[in-house]
Design a binder for this molecule. Structure first.
Ligand SMILES: NC(=O)c1ccc[n+]([C@@H]2O[C@H](COP(=O)([O-])OP(=O)(O)OC[C@H]3O[C@@H](n4cnc5c(N)ncnc54)[C@H](OP(=O)(O)O)[C@@H]3O)[C@@H](O)[C@H]2O)c1
Length: 211
């Protein structure tokens, strides 16, 4: 698959590292494709750096790994992405009542808002639920970590499930895109433990059941 990652920060670079050697053509969508850190990531992973709109045009599947605050303006420079699968791994974070929290929820979600910006694309919410380090590498964990996915298009979800498996996750279908309303608060569970409850960043959620 030709996978374009828009935003090459913690999450975008983790996905690129996790997909190294997994038979995908990875394109790094960066505002400065010549920047030293982007070139170093491209060299380390075999990915190709491009400007964001060019990367999105070249990819069959687009991964949005942008800060929520810039997401709308950045996404709207990428074109319609008609018919393409778009993974939204962003959490709509901001200060809520003086603490880090979700700025939308209950009646909508970041995933549904992204779908509203890209009505012709197939948006799938996933890769938002654990820290970037776990996405980059998780084969040291005693259980396969789970990553839920939510989306309205079955083929798009199947493509995303393949990528999740390539990244070492057990992919569990959470249902339609409105279930992003569950997955974004789930990310807050991980964030709360990691940032505010002393658990650190080297852990993940797993789905375990009797054999
Ligand atoms: N960090 C985690 O562990 C984690 C885990 C799950 C989900 N998430 C979510 O994933 C998203 C990304 O988080 P992150 O930690 O990877 O953020 P980050 O490290 O700050 O990286 C964000 C990236 O977006 C790029 N960017 C900013 N404005 C842009 C624009 N207008 N056009 C194109 N690219 C732009 C930045 O590029 P420049 O370097 O050029 O500024 C940077 O590469 C967030 O929504 C976050 O909630 C984060």
């Amino acid at each position: 698959m030709r996978i374009a990652i828009i935003g090459i920060g913690n999450v975008g670079s983790a996905i690129a590292r996790g997909l190294k050697g997994k038979s995908h053509q990875v394109i790094l969508g960066a505002r400065d494709p010549q920047a030293a850190d982007v070139v170093a990531l491209a060299t380390a992973t075999g990915a190709t750096p491009m400007l964001p709109a060019a990367a999105a045009a070249a990819g069959d599947l687009i991964i949005l790994a942008l800060p929520w605050g810039v997401a709308e303006s950045a996404v709207k420079t990428l074109g319609a992405l008609a018919g393409k699968t778009v993974i939204d791994c962003m959490n709509p974070l901001g200060m809520v009542d003086g603490a880090l929290g979700l700025t939308v929820g209950h009646l909508t979600s970041g995933g549904e808002i992204v779908q509203g910006w890209l009505p012709e694309a197939h948006v799938v919410k996933t890769l938002n639920q654990v820290g970037a380090e776990i996405t980059a590498k998780n084969d040291h964990l005693p259980h396969r970590p789970v990553q839920f996915l939510a989306g309205d298009d079955g083929r798009a979800k199947a493509a995303c499930a393949t990528i999740l498996a390539d990244l070492g996750f057990e992919a569990l279908d959470a249902g339609g895109l409105a279930k992003a309303r569950l997955l974004e608060p789930l990310a807050m569970v991980w964030i709360n433990q990691s940032l505010f409850r002393g658990k650190g960043r080297n852990w993940a959620l797993a789905a375990i059941a009797p054999q």
